[in-house]
Design a protein around this ligand. Structure first.
Ligand SMILES: Nc1ncnc2c1ncn2[C@@H]1O[C@H](COP(=O)(O)OP(=O)(O)OP(=O)(O)O)[C@@H](O)[C@H]1O
Length: 740
């Protein structure tokens, strides 16, 4: 035996540098695949199958026999996966992949793999398989679950929850909730021990949030279950987006963002449908005005139910969000097919301005007459409905709607300093009393609940719902709601400090909710919304409407033009009461343009709406709609006929620029200016033609034309009309204000 030095064995057992590198590479590759076995493992398998095909070819395997394995392989893959995942897409992908293996081996056995068509076909099929699997829904769910479990594992490993089992994860409005089974292992602590320990602090530290953002609860029905609720989003951080202004899927993005940032995957939120005008009845449920950000519950306001109308009183300090609350009420009312809204705001006219199209009538700044007229209408409606119903509760429909009267800045209408309080107060008091059964809701808003502002105690006494927004101090809170401490409601002078649009809703019997009103503070967006909603679908009972002075003409549309009335101010539909000094008489309907159509088809003969001849156009009456459209077209054509003919040939742009430059450089000699102004002034209202001025001055046509243009540019003269028929008049501004 030849002795072998120990160094020899050592050298033999030490792998060469190539072997070491290969081992390191394999080790690295396996680690890389293990990080994502689903996708990287499948990719590796598909790549390895290609050379395996070569073995099948090399050893001349029976292609037919190999192919025969495809159906059972597919069936096995389907059965094994479908029960677990219940995803046809995922199972179909796996079944196709499983069937593909024998099919591939059979093909490779037959054709060999060293030819281009086989290589290309295999590459394409493998890529398609990999993509289908990677994008299948189960894989996505599996990844989400894995992330969730990982998240939970971190919590469990770093707190006393080791050995417990996560049962489920639920996203909440502001965070996430874990349901944990603590009885899963004998070593795990009991629920009562966890509740009395410092688990809250441990979790809060782990997430970097306050301990008040972590809540632990047991489950009375099961002593093994612990609920852990994490509030990851500041509930007051963002305004509550109004669904009518927000994109449908943007409703809860902030909550989702917070959860995603915290590594907690969410199921996609269901799409939120944006409701529109007339999509519901007022009896279908309460209005939603906002949200309690801490619970995600809706802030609900009932203004009408089987018990009748429920008046509302809103108290808020200056700038606390009254207008936004009222806008929310108008918007919700407009969703109801059986509600009409009228609004009075004599101080700022904001609601009449914002919701003009949607309101049935409105009175804004300086429109005291209109306000009193509206109140008198409502008084008559209440009387007539009470007469009809014999005191029973009004049943709303689109032909007999609930009417919501909004009075903003009530001090200006009802307060001791109001010029019209002596007329308005008795009517509003009466509406507070009779409106409940007559289907008339009074929503009044003011800054303080004191009689100087509200006019009387009737409103407060008869309003079962109080909405208190931000108030100045605790004294004002007590004025707004004297029993607020007994009710246990928050003090709205200190509630959610610094947050805009907070509200407390106290209902009949003391039930209350607090939270934040949906944000409708973007006036431009609200105007746009109101314009897109347009007139409400409901209309007053025709026989009652006919008794309201000035009301029947309000929505009259005739063949002569779009509206028979031309009331100004904030309510374009409004005809001033006949007593008003500038009341315009209703326009006379024009005879039908087509004599053959006979009197029955003319607007004079056909009542414009509902067959009662009172108001509006019945949307189902095609003939009336055609008539009104023809009237509009005729009006536009008449207007166009008065316009001057356009020039036969267009003026080149270069000429226009040259004229503009020449005009900028022009100056009118003072003597010429004086002569022109005196001449034009001498012509009075009639004005002077260019030819007459040229003749009067005796200068050349181009020179005088330039001077006239310059004087118009300097706003000393103004030109009315075009072409040769144009006339020059003195501008309204005094001559001495202008420099030629
Ligand atoms: N729900 C809300 N969400 C977000 N911001 C709001 C909300 N409500 C009010 N605001 C903010 O407060 C401002 C004032 O609101 P608003 O005009 O409704 O108050 P107001 O009580 O009607 O005012 P005033 O007393 O002057 O009549 C708004 O411009 C808006 O910036």
């Amino acid at each position: 035996m030849i002795p072998v030095p120990a160094e020899y064995y050592a050298a033999q057992s030490r792998p060469s540098w190539i072997g070491r590198m290969a081992r390191a590479a394999v080790h690295g590759y396996v680690g890389w695949v293990r990080q994502s076995p689903d996708t990287r493992g499948l990719g590796t398998g598909l790549a390895a199958l290609y050379p395996v095909g070569h073995l099948a070819h090399q050893y001349a395997a029976d292609a037919l026999l190999l192919g025969a394995f495809a159906p059972p392989a597919a069936l096995a893959a389907w059965v094994a996966t479908y029960k677990q995942h219940e995803s046809p897409r995922y199972s179909a992908t796996l079944a196709a992949t499983a069937a593909g293996v024998p099919v591939w081996l059979a093909t490779a056995a037959h054709t060999g793999i060293t030819n281009l068509p086989t290589l290309l076909a295999y590459t394409a099929t493998a890529t398609a398989t990999w993509s289908a699997y990677t994008w299948s829904d189960v894989l996505k769910h599996r990844r989400a679950l894995a992330a969730q479990q990982a998240q939970w594992q971190t919590i469990a490993a770093s707190t006393e929850l080791a050995g417990t089992r996560l049962v489920k994860t639920e996203p909440t409005h502001v965070g996430v909730r874990f349901k944990v089974d603590v009885g899963a292992s004998p070593d795990a602590p009991s629920v009562s021990r966890l509740l009395s320990g410092n688990l809250t602090e441990q979790i809060a530290r782990l997430y970097g949030i306050g301990t008040n953002q972590v809540r632990l609860n047991g489950q009375p029905s099961n002593a093994r279950i612990l609920w852990i609720t994490l509030q990851l989003r500041d509930p007051w951080g963002q305004p509550i987006t109004h669904p009518a202004l927000a994109p449908a899927d943007a409703a809860d993005t902030s909550a989702e963002a917070a959860l995603t940032a915290a590594g907690i995957p969410l199921n996609p939120a269901p799409a939120v449908g944006v409701p529109t005008k007339g999509c519901r009845s007022i009896l279908d449920g309460p209005f939603v005005l906002g949200t309690d950000p801490e619970t995600g519950e809706d802030l609900e306001l009932v203004v009408f139910d089987e018990g009748g109308a429920r008046h509302v009183q809103i108290i808020a300090t200056n700038g606390a969000g009254k207008t936004v609350v009222l806008s929310n009420i108008v918007e919700q009312a407009n969703e109801c097919r059986d509600v009409l809204v009228v609004a009075i705001d004599l101080r700022k006219g904001t609601i009449p301005h914002l919701w003009g199209e949607v309101l049935d009538a409105a009175a804004g700044i300086g429109e005291e007459d209109k306000a009193i007229q509206i109140l008198q209408w409502l008084e008559t409606i209440a009387e007539e409905r009470s007469r009809k119903n014999g005191g029973g509760n009004h049943i709303p429909s689109s032909e007999a709607p609930v009417i919501i009267l909004i009075i903003d800045e009530q001090a200006k209408l009802l307060g001791t300093a109001s010029e019209v309080a002596h007329e308005a107060k008795p009517i509003v008091d009466g509406l507070h009393q009779a409106g409940r059964s007559a289907g008339i809701v009074v929503v009044s808003a003011g800054q303080r609940n004191v009689q100087q502002q509200t006019g009387s105690k009737e409103g407060s006494a008869n309003a079962p719902t109080k909405i208190v927004l931000r108030v100045m101090n605790t004294y004002e809170m007590t004025k707004a709601l004297d029993d607020w401490m007994t009710l246990g409601v928050p003090d709205m002078s200190t509630y959610a400090p610094g947050v805009k649009g907070v509200a407390l809703l106290v209902k009949d019997g003391g039930a209350w909710q607090a939270g934040r009103i949906r944000d409708l503070s973007d006036f431009k967006a609200v105007r746009h919304l109101a314009a897109s909603r347009g007139r409400p679908d409901a209309h007053l009972e025709p026989d009652i409407a006919a008794q309201l002075p000035g009301y029947p003409q309000r929505h009259m549309v005739t063949a002569g033009g779009p509206s028979a009335s031309t009331g100004g101010g904030t309510d374009p539909m409004f005809t001033d009461p006949p007593t008003h000094h500038h009341a315009a008489p209703p326009a006379k309907p024009e005879p039908p343009s087509d004599p053959a159509s006979g009197p029955a088809s003319g607007s004079a003969a056909r009542p414009p709406r509902g067959g009662d001849g009172s108001f509006g156009i019945d949307p189902d009456d095609d003939q009336a709609i055609t008539q009104a459209a023809e009237g509009l077209v005729a009006g536009i054509e008449r207007h166009l006929a008065k316009m001057p003919e356009p020039a036969a040939t267009p003026t080149p742009m270069d000429d226009l620029i040259a004229n503009k430059e020449a005009l900028d450089l022009t100056s009118v000699p003072p003597a010429a200016q004086r002569a022109i102004v005196e001449f034009v002034a001498s012509r009075g209202d009639q004005g002077a033609r260019r030819s007459e001025i040229i003749q009067h001055l005796g200068n050349s046509t181009p020179t005088v034309s330039r001077w006239l243009s310059k004087l118009c540019q300097n706003q000393i003269l103004m030109r009315i009309g075009k072409g040769k028929a144009a006339r020059y008049h003195l501008a309204d501004t005094p001559l001495g204000d202008h420099k030629p």
